[in-house]
Design a binder for this molecule. Structure first.
Ligand SMILES: Cc1cc2nc3c(=O)[nH]c(=O)nc-3n(C[C@H](O)[C@H](O)[C@H](O)COP(=O)(O)O)c2cc1C
Length: 193
């Protein structure tokens, strides 16, 4: 079972990225982490080419390799920090670009009466959602992740972490680490069920 973990903060020693890794480790499954800060992933241009071109995005950048990894993933962990009371831009840009794989002819139709909405390669597959925040705004970030990965992508959200960390390091927050461990175990259990 292969999990893909999306680390959406660009910050060295990022709390969000640390939690993505902790959840992956606790799952007991094989995993690969993708650090968005190390990749060139441009925003979706909204051209709609993917919808008419079997899911081929018109933009050539590092998302090319990520599409292939996404299609092979049995489960996802997606984490982004909270900026200005919502999910940070890089993580949202990444999510927007995933729309292309709805048109690869893989997975179940989103709605058979509306074929232009494409298919969902990850329908029913388990996902864990993560955000961290200094003080407040985290619940909106989690809502953004839930709409994207649950309602739109049709994944099975098995756990969500919305952690208020102030200026601390999550490595010094045992309660947060415990919740990450529990989330990882839930993900592992869902994958092995
Ligand atoms: C541009 C920017 C916007 C932020 N906006 C908020 C905010 O709206 N509310 C808040 O409590 N913290 C805010 N923060 C603090 C981050 O949410 C917090 O430091 C978070 O844990 C960073 O995650 P990371 O360690 O994974 O990079 C902001 C930080 C930055 C850099």
């Amino acid at each position: 079972m292969k999990i893909l973990g999306i680390c959406g903060s660009h910050r060295e020693e990022s709390n969000t990225n640390k939690l993505v890794k902790k959840v992956a480790e606790a799952s007991g499954c094989t995993y690969e982490l993708i650090y968005l800060g190390k990749l060139d992933i441009k925003p979706c241009s909204g051209c709609g080419a993917c919808m008419m071109n079997e899911g081929q995005c018109s933009i050539r950048d590092d998302m090319d390799q990520v599409y292939e990894k996404l299609l092979l993933a049995d489960g996802l962990i997606i984490g982004g920090p909270t900026y200005f009371f919502d999910l940070n831009g890089s993580t949202k840009d990444f999510i927007d670009r995933t729309m292309a794989i709805f048109y690869r002819g893989v997975g179940t139709p989103y709605n058979p009466d509306m074929p232009w909405l494409g298919d969902r390669p990850h329908a029913g597959k388990p996902a864990v959602l993560i955000t961290t925040v200094a003080g407040s705004g985290h619940m909106r970030s989690i809502e953004t992740l839930k709409y994207a990965m649950g309602d739109c992508t049709k994944m099975n959200i098995v756990a969500q972490l919305a952690e208020v960390v102030a200026m601390n390091d999550v490595d010094d927050m045992p309660e947060v680490l415990k919740r990450a461990d529990e989330a990882g175990k839930k993900l592992g259990a869902a994958l092995k069920a």
